[in-house]
Design a protein around this ligand. Structure first.
Ligand code: HEC
Ligand code: HEC
Length: 292
């Protein structure tokens, strides 16, 4: 049960982050057009588009688990001006990429003239190396001759890798880490099962608006909320339309999402609470709510 909770909470966090990631696609296109703008500047622009501090990307392993190879094939059009992918395809401006995942970095490829930067890198193209490379070739191998700005969007990189993997590599997908640490360290998935005792402490942040029993306050009473309807009942509390229309029941995953960012879960909610950034605090307060 505890394990299942962690998994659910992890996925809830993850899907939230994917949604954030989508917001950065436009920023990515902007960046890709500006091939020669300094790397650093591109990151800052993308960061702003993602919604400021705290917004991060799910780990690439998690993005790979939901990657879509068909979309990756689409994305490969960005590469096709320089790379062929079919088995035995010719080298062009860049080397043929058949079965590149798992293969040595910057070696072979029908005698392609790699830059020293890539030739000397050593190791194999595993998932992590390829992810880093596609994010920013110049950061991965300073001096590379692949003049491609990189792909800022993590899901697009994952889609591409899923596609590349199907072209002769067929490596097993990497395991998704239990702790999904988001970039910037703002949000980290629950590392431990929820602790209701600490949850009672966390609940002090809620108690200005919520009690567990008795009269509704600024917010509804929260006794037996886990398993109950979202935005309904609660002694006739006047819910916002945003929450009343949401549908479904509160479970650990939906509560985790809600408490991480109420306005993202239900745009237009009247719960004026910024959210609990710390995943462990969320897990603990949910355990506390479950016990009450
Ligand atoms: C403008 C041309 C160009 C584009 C666009 C381009 N590449 Fe490259 N790519 C190169 C060149 C040149 C190299 C060799 C780099 C070096 O030697 O430093 C390379 C090398 C690589 C390698 C390393 C191969 C090996 O055997 O070590 C991979 C993997 C790769 N590219 C993938 C991609 C993918 C995926 C895309 C699309 C998202 C892409 N490239 C877009 C030119 C390009
Ligand atoms: C500033 C006041 C305020 C604070 C602080 C606050 N909430 Fe709320 N909460 C509300 C309001 C108002 C609603 C109703 C939201 C709506 O209708 O959109 C609500 C709704 C909820 C709901 C949905 C109840 C239902 O029946 O669907 C839950 C669960 C909840 N809050 C939990 C919490 C927890 C846990 C905390 C502390 C971590 C917290 N809230 C902090 C005001 C607050």
């Amino acid at each position: 049960m505890a394990d299942r909770f962690n998994t659910t909470a992890g996925w809830a966090l993850f899907s939230g982050l994917v949604a954030l990631g989508l917001a950065s696609i436009s920023a990515h296109h902007f960046r890709a057009d500006k091939e020669n703008r300094p790397e650093k500047m591109g990151y800052e622009i993308a960061g702003v588009a993602k919604g400021g501090a705290g917004a991060g990307e799910a780990p690439f392993e998690a993005l790979l688990a939901t990657a879509d190879a068909a979309k990756g094939e689409e994305a490969f059009k960005k590469c096709a001006s320089c790379h062929t992918i079919a088995q035995g395809g010719a080298n062009g401006i860049g080397p043929n990429l058949y079965a590149v995942l798992g293969d040595a970095i910057g070696q072979g490829r029908g005698g392609f003239a790699f830059s020293d930067a890539l030739k000397k890198k050593g190791g194999k193209w595993d998932w992590k190396a390829l992810n880093d490379w596609l994010k920013s070739p110049r950061t991965f191998a300073d001096g590379t001759k692949m003049t491609f700005a990189g792909i800022e969007d993590g899901q697009e990189r994952a889609n591409l890798m899923a596609y590349l993997n199907k072209q002769g590599s067929n490596l097993p997908l990497p395991p998704v880490p239990a702790v999904a640490a988001a970039a910037g360290g703002a949000a980290a998935a629950a590392a431990k099962p929820g602790d209701p005792v600490h949850g009672a402490e966390v609940f002090k942040k809620c108690s200005a608006c919520h009690a567990l029993a008795g009269a509704n306050g600024i917010g509804p009473t929260l006794g037996k909320i886990v398993g109950d309807d979202i935005g309904k009942g609660r002694g006739g509390f006047a819910f916002s339309d945003a929450l009343a229309k949401k549908g479904g029941k509160w479970d650990e995953a939906s509560l985790d999402k809600w408490l991480a960012n109420p306005r993202e879960f239900a745009a237009g909610t009247k719960m004026t609470f910024a959210g609990l950034e710390n995943a462990q605090d969320r897990a603990d307060v949910i355990a506390y709510l479950k016990a009450n």
